[in-house]
Write a protein that binds this ligand. Sequence first.
Ligand SMILES: *Cc1c(COP(=O)(O)O)cnc(C)c1O
Length: 331
Amino acid sequence: RAEVGDDVFGEDPTVRRLEEMAAERMGKEAALFVASGTMANLVALLTHCGRGDEVIVGDQAHTFLSEVGGMAALGGIHPRPVPNQPDGTLRIEDLEAAIRPEDVHYPRTRLIALENTHNRCMGAPLTPDYMARVRALADRYGLKVHVDGARIFNAAVALGVPAAALARDADTVTFCLSKGLCAPVGSLVCGPADFIREARRVRKMVGGGMRQAGVLAAAGLVALETMVDRLAEDHRRARRLAEGLAEIPGVHVEAHRVRTNIVIFELDPRVPLDEAGFLQALQAHRVKLVGWGPRRFRAVTHYWIDDADIDHALRAIARVVGDALAGRTSG
Ligand SMILES: *Cc1c(COP(=O)(O)O)cnc(C)c1O
């Protein structure tokens, strides 16, 4: 029942309402609705940086590892990875050491890109205090700060702060409606009004101008209005999943590190299952995980996973691993 118009002409009232609500939630002047998180980060990076500019990113960052190298391929932007710490942060010393001095040999550092929560670091939330330290460094060197906040609302709920407190010290923030917030599609780029005006041109350039997009934005409004507070349930279930996994012989997980909705665990080398074998055996029990390396796996909790599903998953994993250790094939 969404009221729609042509959003390329700025005439879709539902998209506009979503953009206003997103900007308000992030404490920014304006926002732009885009098709995906990858497009959101791409549009933000292309707006911040020109060809040959350098972005400092975490070596485990989604923008660096999992966005098809879009910043380099489409923007001529040079990523400069520095090590992500287990808590998702980049050390201030490492950031400072990576900033290029003015030199004819070097690309120009323009931007520091962070990720909150950090997907590959067990969904760790970055704190307002850490953001303030990065801001102070960026200001000393005249750099911009971007946050890939695909799951920034998970961070906000886990830390008990408004999302705007996590966005305050960033120039721009992107977030996804389609992850924990459960909308079928869509992400937002949030920032200063003049930045978003420019980003709107870039969105059009990458083919992201959509027409009667209000039908998608309407789901985004539902997501922002009804799906944020309940994220605490996902976090509680993820913690319970991790604690249950820690009790299964042959499974290793640092359960105390689970702060949000992501659990990363490993199979002991003595469990005679390869990644495909483990995933396939679990599929037979209707449990879906993502393989993250030879013996590492990621599990994510969300709106459609309830307490009984956590029990079911734990039983299935215990059975598959137990059978493998006992030399039985599990079905
Ligand atoms: C999923 C994700 C994205 C990209 O979102 P898509 O909508 O899948 O393109 C970006 N950053 C992080 C941290 C993500 O988890």
